[in-house]
Design a binder for this molecule. Structure first.
Ligand SMILES: Nc1ncnc2c1ncn2[C@@H]1O[C@H](COP(=O)(O)OP(=O)(O)OP(=O)(O)O)[C@@H](O)[C@H]1O
Ligand SMILES: [Mg+2]
Length: 638
């Protein structure tokens, strides 16, 4: 190994996906031959791009580069070379994962050491075959080069590192010759079970689908109906299912179930949720089109170009084709978005799941109607969850559903409260053992058969040591009624009271950011508010939030999700905000405005959020200005 290898270097790790599998599938000799061919191909690329081989680790390499840009270029060249190889050798496919990081390294006894090296190796192990993952520093150092497209893959924990790392995927399939790879059917039937398993994981990231959920209780009829509809979609028909019901009844849970069913049926899945506060024009559609799940599906379907075009029209980045009236312009947005969604669905069936559409903006709902009406032979599954809002009778969401129903284009599911038997099953899962019928009856009564309430009460009874296991069976103590409060609100307030003052304060600020939030955004808000040196960084915030996780006030989102945490329920957010002073609330809103306005992502994306936070910060003039801009951007779409 070369002596000069030290200082700040970019380290590339490569690894063959499923090499053991390769050996069993192809037999040892042939596998050996394939792997040796793979070594040669890699070494050629290293040489061409100025990479120095540090060690060869059996199925992969550690390579050092003096330049981050060259390292990324090399990784892209590697992936393209293997793509070409796989095209020529369909029976000897080989997929390489690559991970890169830059940092200080030390050379010792023939290899490189240092935290930067460890991280690079961990990053590579997070990659899937055919994927390039890089750390933030690599992205920053590689700089804004036209050929590099980095896709944010969210915060990821790497073993051995306390703080989470933001990882980016370098999307290398960007050649835009757009024709699908020859001889490689991209249709759903062609996806092999293994590649399916690895590919699908990342497609839930936009959402707040919690991993490792306990099995769903009841809802058999609903599940059967959803599965039937998914099958109809696979046979090429657009289908729409709505799910409606009161707060906490299990709408989101059913959506999560549908997402998993759709994934296992070979669908590309995207889940997005409307937000109670953020309701600008096209807000939901924007959320959908920028989701990383969408991006990934577009790459897979070689439909990135149409997706980009739809975004350009929606964000008003396109040339004006002279003299379009506002309604014609609106139609153009619908058309482009529809074309993009249909082209995704042409590669493999598509499931689009929309949560909380009672808060969706009218324009996005109109797009859904347009899609349904124009795309009946496309394999698209739509699922819409709606919580009826008290007081409001005619809302855009109810109108949409009523229209679709009139046209016989939607199957409507209404979720009922749990029966006693179902409650007993839910409790068995929650407590991890059988529950006596009387106990189930008591909790059923307290929680009125609404799963969310019953989960809450169970937890409260347990904390108050009123639930105990006697000879393996969970039983409620006699006279258990008094110490547990009658309402879920009070339960939540009591749980909040168990947090430290600092955590509660930080959590209240987070509640202003939204039901789901990123730790980095929260850190920025805190930094903007606390001038002193004691402000918590992301890592410190993460550790503060752990106690809220433990008390089930927050849930952690999957590693590659856009957001890091979600409040477990609106009630939690509500209680936190109610306890905050008006002044503090305004200050936090104002800080969010500053952060959004300064964000590089382009303010157009954030206009609705800016409008909302400005108004809440008490700056009406600015709020109105942003609202008008948001409306103009959406309406004119030019
Ligand atoms: N069928 C079920 N089986 C097991 N747990 C369930 C079921 N339905 C709901 N739950 C649990 O009850 C809680 C509330 O469910 P969920 O969040 O899906 O309700 P929701 O209808 O979406 O409420 P909201 O209107 O507030 O959004 C969650 O903890 C969820 O895991
Ligand atoms: Mg919900």
């Amino acid at each position: 190994m070369n002596k000069e290898l030290q200082g700040t270097l970019t380290i590339l790790f490569t690894d063959v996906e499923g090499s053991t599998d390769l050996r069993t599938r192809q037999g040892d000799d042939l596998a050996q031959e394939i792997l040796r061919g793979h070594e040669r191909m890699l070494r050629e690329q290293f040489q061409e791009h100025g990479g120095r081989e540090v060690v060869f680790l059996g199925d992969g390499f550690m390579v050092a580069f003096g330049s981050a840009r060259k390292a990324v270029t090399c990784a892209i060249a590697i992936q393209r070379a293997f793509e070409e190889y796989n095209r020529q050798h369909p029976d000897r496919q080989i997929r390489v994962r690559t991970g890169l990081n830059t940092g200080e390294v030390v050379q010792e006894s023939g290899t490189l050491y240092g935290a930067a090296v460890n991280a690079a190796s961990r990053i590579a192990s997070k990659a899937k075959g055919g994927q390039i993952l890089v750390s933030q520093v690599v992205k920053d150092l590689a700089g804004p080069v036209k050929e590099f497209v980095f896709v944010d893959r969210g915060l990821v924990s790497l073993k051995g590192f306390p703080a989470r790392w933001r990882l980016y995927e370098v999307s290398w399939q960007q050649r835009l010759d757009a024709s699908p790879v020859e001889g490689q059917d991209t249709g759903p039937a062609a996806a092999s079970p293994t590649s399916e398993g690895t590919r699908t994981v990342g497609m839930l990231e936009e959402n707040y689908v919690r991993s490792g959920l306990a099995p769903i209780v009841g809802r058999e009829a609903e599940r059967d109906m959803i599965v039937n509809e998914l099958e109809a979609v696979r046979a090429r028909a657009l289908r729409v299912v709505s799910v409606e019901g009161e707060a906490g009844i299990g709408k989101t849970r059913l959506l999560e179930m549908a997402a998993h069913e759709a994934l296992s049926h070979g669908f590309g899945v995207v889940i997005v949720g409307a937000d109670e506060e953020l309701r600008g024009p096209f807000f939901l559609l924007r959320t959908l089109l920028v989701s990383s799940s969408m991006e990934r599906l577009a790459d897979e379907a070689a439909a990135r170009e149409t997706l980009e075009q739809a975004r350009d029209v929606l964000w008003g980045r396109q040339q004006i084709p002279g003299g379009l009236s506002p309604s014609e312009q609106m139609l153009r947005v619908y058309d482009m978005a529809t074309i993009a969604l249909r082209s995704l669905a042409s590669a493999r069936p598509l499931a689009l799941l929309f949560d909380d559409i009672q808060w969706a903006d009218e324009d996005s709902l109109k797009l859904i109607r347009y899609l349904v009406r124009t795309s009946s032979p496309d394999p698209i599954f739509l699922m819409l969850a709606r919580r009826p809002e008290p007081g409001a009778s005619v809302t855009p969401a109810t109108t949409l559903l009523a229209d679709l129903e009139r046209m016989r284009l939607v199957r409507r599911l209404r979720l009922e409260r749990f029966s006693r038997m179902q409650t007993q099953e839910l409790l068995r899962q929650l407590l991890g053992g059988p529950v006596s019928p009387e106990t189930a009856a008591t909790l059923h009564e307290r929680g009125e058969g609404v799963p969310f309430f019953m989960v809450e009460f169970t937890q409260a009874f347990r904390e108050a040591r009123l639930l105990q296991q006697v000879e393996g069976i969970w039983k409620i103590s006699m006279g258990a009624r008094s110490p547990v409060p009658a309402s879920v609100q009070i339960l939540i307030e009591r749980r909040l009271a168990q947090l430290s003052d600092e955590t509660r304060a930080v959590l209240a600020d987070a509640a202003i950011l939204g039901r789901r939030f990123r730790v980095a955004d929260l850190a920025r808000v805190e930094a903007a508010l606390e001038a002193g040196p004691a402000r918590p960084g992301s890592a410190a915030l993460d550790s503060l939030l752990v106690s809220a996780l433990r008390l089930n006030l927050l849930s952690e989102l999957p590693e590659d999700a856009v957001y890091d945490y979600s409040f477990t329920h609106d009630e939690v957010r509500g209680a936190l905000r109610a306890a905050q002073t008006r002044q503090r609330r305004r200050t936090v809103h104002a800080a969010i405005v500053e952060i959004l306005a300064a964000s590089k992502e382009g303010t157009a994306t954030n206009l609705s959020a800016l409008a909302y936070h400005s108004l809440e910060a008490g700056d009406h003039a600015q709020g109105i200005r942003y609202s008008i801009e948001a409306a103009r951007a959406a309406l004119q779409a030019h």
